[in-house]
Structures are given as C-alpha cells and as structure tokens.
Design a protein around this ligand. Structure first.
Ligand SMILES: O=P(O)(O)OC[C@H]1O[C@](O)(CO)[C@@H](O)[C@@H]1O
Length: 328
C-alpha cells in the first residue's frame, strides 16, 4: 500500500497581512516597523509545514480567482500541490498585528468570500468531485479553518461523510460552535454511518466553549478533552495552551507538556504548525504523546519567524528534545 497522503481542505483561506509594531495602544496612531504578506488560512499553513517536513501534501478547498497570485507563488515555492478550486471574486485579507512588546499577535480575521447560494452549491459539488478523484483509502483529510459567509456546519458534515466513505482519516481544525455541531453530527447514528475522527486540536478557549464551562487548570482540561473524545469517538486530541504548552489525550492516556521558551516573532500559524507536526508523526505510525511533542516542536520553530514553513530539521529536533510529556 502507498504511504498515506495529506489533503488539507480550506474553504475560507486568507492573505495574511502581518504589520509589525513595537507596541499596541488602542485609539492611537501607530507607525509600523514593517509589513509582510503571506498566503494563509488554516489548511494552507498546515500544508506549508508538512511540505517543509518533506511530505507530499495537497492544499484543497476554495480560492478567489482575483488575487490568487500570492497562493500560486507560495504553492510553487514550498512544493505544495495546488488542489484549490478557483471561485469568482477575491480571497479575504486578514490583518495580523505582531506586537514586539507583547511577544504575540492580535488577529483581525475578515468574513471571507461571499457567494450566492447557487454558486455555493456548484462549488461544493465541484470540490467533492475533485476530492473523490484524488483521495485514496488511508489518506488523511483535514477540514481546516472557518467557513465562508452563507455556509454552515452542514457543509463540513457532507464533505466529512463523503471523504470517510472513501476510507479517509478525518482531522478537524475548525472553531468552537461549528466544531461542536460537527462532532455531534458525525457521531450521531441517526444521521448516517458514524464517522470516526482521527484527530482534533482545539485551544483552551475552544474546548471551554465546547464543554460550556471554564477549565482553569490542566487537570480540568485533560478531563474535558478525554470526555469529549469518548462522547464523539475522537481518537486523539491535543489541546493547545499557547505559551503554557499542551494537554494530549487518546484511548491509552493523557499527558501534559510545557512549551520550550523561544523568542516569538508571531503567534500566527502556531496552531497550524502544531497540527502539521502531530499529523506528520501520526501518519508515520507514531502515537501520543510523542507525536504531539513533535507537533509542539514544529510550533515553537514556526513562531520564531513570520514566514510560514520551518527552519532546518535539526532545529526542530533540538526543540523536541527539550519538551517532556508527563502523564496526568
Ligand atoms: O479560518 P479562520 O479561523 O478565520 O483563521 C484564519 C487564520 O488562521 C491562520 O491560518 C493561522 O492559523 C491564518 O493564516 C489565517 O489568517
């Protein structure tokens, strides 16, 4: 059997315009230190890291034709197969304020390309047919990021069911309410065959929204993560806690790991790098917590520079060696 491949599916990609500031004062005029524009969107960030790890990866989903040059250039430069369907209109631009004094980024994400209902229906049909033709049993498919205006969790559900029917492993990295609806529907036998989910990576706030209660410490996070997986047949979960590291759980156990201290250029894309590194390791047959530790090392490497991708492999390996996962 051929090695599994990864398809990331981004329905609401973005051009990320990162503006570097020394400090951020609401209501004040700021003089930027610099600016950088990158092809972004959750699945595209994941694909960039997978490609940097030397893995075959296809970025699939939807892209506006009017401003796709930045994506074409990024795919060619990074070695990402371009499986994005072109739609009439322009892809959104998301503003990222990378603030040196704070060592983090403030994100302003726009709604995205709005299509008429008939155009959306046609775009879903075409994307489904493309994925049917490309995805083989055992491949991994990531449903990545927010949904564009006029769509809802039903769109992800239909795509997930279609891909699962082809024998794909389903990975979901989408936000709070949509994630909750999607997990509930995919595990509901009255809606059709139950779709097992291989991996999810909510952050603490998203997990809190899913379980509708605050999760003040790692024990509470681990309990909630494990209960969520059991309730919805999710095989593996990594909950990102930002600078504090991550909590991981699967059917065998639960672990926490602290993030290595690094100099942060931007926090944009940290979650995508965590997903990408973890997936690369899982697709190699590794398990948690080792796979999650490798993902955390990719995230720590990613946030030290604004451009997507990764530094040389040696640097990632050294970061991974600094991360200890301990059972909770
Ligand atoms: O689809 P969402 O949730 O709006 O997130 C999109 C943003 O997330 C990122 O992929 C980073 O995770 C950015 O490149 C992009 O601007």
């Amino acid at each position: 059997m051929n090695a599994p491949r990864l398809f990331t599916i981004t329905l609401n990609p973005a051009i990320d315009q990162t503006v570097r500031l020394d400090r951020l004062l609401p209501g004040e005029v700021h003089r930027a230190l610099g600016e950088q524009t990158e092809a972004g969107g959750k699945g595209i960030g994941v694909a960039a890291v997978l490609a940097a790890l030397g893995r075959p990866v296809t970025a699939s989903g939807w892209l506006g034709t009017d401003n796709d040059a930045v994506f074409r250039a990024a795919f060619a430069e990074r070695g990402i197969a371009d499986g994005m369907l072109r739609l009439p209109g322009a892809t959104r631009t998301n503003i990222k304020l990378a603030v040196a004094e704070r060592g983090d980024s403030t994100d302003i994400n726009l709604p995205g390309l709005a299509l008429a209902p008939e155009a959306l229906q046609a775009a879903e049909q075409q994307l489904g047919e493309r994925l049917d033709a490309a995805v083989a049993p055992g491949d991994w498919c990531e449903l990545a990021g927010s949904l564009p205006p006029g769509t809802d969790a039903g769109l992800w559900e239909r795509l997930a069911r279609r891909l699962a029917a082809r024998g794909a492993q389903i990975v979901i990295d989408t936000g709070g309410a949509v994630l909750g609806t999607l997990l509930a529907r995919l595990s509901d036998p009255t809606r059709g065959p139950v779709v097992p989910v291989a991996f999810i990576k909510p952050n603490r706030a998203e997990l809190e929204e899913l379980v509708a209660r605050p999760l003040p410490d790692t024990l509470a996070v681990a309990d909630a993560a494990q209960a969520l997986c059991r309730a919805h047949g999710v095989r593996q979960i990594v909950v990102s806690l930002g600078g504090q590291g991550a909590v991981m759980a699967d059917g065998q156990g639960r672990w926490q790991a602290a993030a290595p201290a690094v100099t942060v250029a931007t926090t944009v894309g940290a979650g995508d790098a965590l997903v990408a590194g973890t997936l690369a390791a899982l697709m190699d047959g590794q398990t948690l917590p080792g796979a999650g530790v490798f993902g955390m090392a990719c995230a720590a490497a990613r946030i030290q520079r604004i451009a997507p991708g990764l530094p040389p492999r040696q640097e990632v390996t050294e970061l991974a060696a600094r991360i200890r996962a301990t059972p909770i």
